[in-house]
Design a protein around this ligand. Structure first.
Ligand code: F0G
Length: 358
């Protein structure tokens, strides 16, 4: 590995793109050592890989720099995706940079404000679907089958190629050691599949000699993968009405479910679900103990880690990396709804003192 700072294109020899990439400096996100949070959870060594520090504020940029570059290489003229929000923001920005139109289908009323703002401002055609994410994904697949439009959901293998660089960076940033475990939120189940692939490739290339246990976290209201892992089922049973405050992973029928189940099982990992209350607590802990601002879905990683340590499934001696997938500013409405309201006072020193000290 070259002696340069981590970023998606540092690893271009392992990425299937043959042209100058469509890039906005994605990847190279910080890996924070989180001692205060580790202490609260009760483990020895905890790191947080903060993917919220990407250009659009989520890990989706890694997949889209590769996916849109590939679209250009293949001569595609229009790109599209269904999304719970972050994928649409990333598609919009890379479509803009590449100079091709993008179309995004979103579940009406269930996408965080910041993400819609990004998709709109970067010039995507934004279409609200009267249905959930799973409905939108079925529709966009049908559209792309019928029209010359390139589908950039995580069914597209090039998306996962970009996202596997999270694994490369973790190894790189830990000084060529491999953590015992990687914990991350699971929605459509692409990212856990991609990160597992990255760790496997480093073993194949002889760069590392082992792989971490891949551990996927979902919410209690949308957890088909967790149910399949716990029951030992070959495949998931889709959930018809997924519901959670973590709208990014409000998904009942993950398209990469089979690959994700394989990634979890072959790495000796596990899956667990957390409640909305548990993930909000973890979101506050990340923000207030470590200065890491994340959106609700991302906090499931830390909430899930805490639960698995409490249950005795994760040992206190493990070195763990939690991936926080999206930035706090993605979902300001959720923040307002879970934090104490600010007080409004008269512009006098007496009123100010009263507000602060009483
Ligand atoms: N965290 C965030 C912040 C996400 O936006 C997503 C997925 C995930 C985790 C789960 O990743 O789908 O690879 O298992 N968001 C998709 C979207 C569905 O449309 O933005 P996954």
């Amino acid at each position: 590995l070259k002696n340069e700072a981590p970023s998606v294109w540092k690893y271009k020899d392992l990425l299937p793109v043959g042209i100058e990439p469509v890039s906005i400096r994605e990847g190279g996100t910080p890996l924070y050592k989180c001692d205060r949070l580790a202490k609260k959870i009760g483990i020895r060594e905890l790191y947080v890989k903060h993917e919220g520090m990407n250009p659009t504020g989520s890990f989706k940029d890694r997949g889209m720099t590769v996916g849109v570059s590939k679209a250009i290489e293949l001569g595609m003229k229009t790109v599209a995706c269904a999304s719970t929000g972050n994928t649409s923001a990333a598609l919009a920005i890379y479509g803009a940079k590449a100079g091709i139109p993008s179309v995004v289908l979103l579940p009406a009323g269930k996408v965080a404000l910041g993400k819609i703002g990004q998709a709109l401002m970067h010039g995507a055609k934004v279409i609200m679907i009267k249905g959930n994410f799973d409905d939108a994904l079925l529709l966009v697949r049908e559209l792309c089958d019928q029209e010359p439009i390139y589908l950039l959901n995580s069914i597209n293998p090039y998306r996962l190629e970009g996202q596997k660089t999270i694994a490369f960076e973790i190894v790189d940033q830990l000084g060529f050691t491999v953590p015992d475990r990687v914990v991350l939120p699971v929605g459509n189940a692409g990212n856990i599949t991609a990160i597992n692939k990255g760790f496997k490739e480093f073993v194949t290339l002889g760069i590392t000699d082992r792989r971490p246990k891949m551990t996927g976290i979902q919410t209690a209201g949308a957890c088909p993968i967790v149910k399949a892992i716990k029951s030992g089922a070959k495949d998931i049973t889709p959930e018809k009405n997924p519901e959670t405050i973590a709208t990014a992973i409000r998904i009942g029928d993950p398209v990469n479910a089979r690959k994700a189940l394989a990634a979890i099982r072959e790495s000796s990992g596990t899956a667990e679900s957390v409640t909305d209350d548990e993930l909000v607590q973890a979101q506050k802990d990340l923000a207030q103990l470590e200065g890491i601002g994340v959106e609700p879905a991302s906090a499931t990683s830390v909430a899930g880690l805490k639960k698995l340590v409490d249950m005795g499934i994760i040992s206190k001696d493990e070195t763990v990396v939690c991936v926080t997938t999206g930035h706090l500013l993605k979902d300001p409405e959720e923040v307002i709804s879970v934090c104490i309201e600010p007080v409004t006072v008269e512009p006098t020193i007496e009123a100010l003192r009263k507000a602060i000290f009483s």
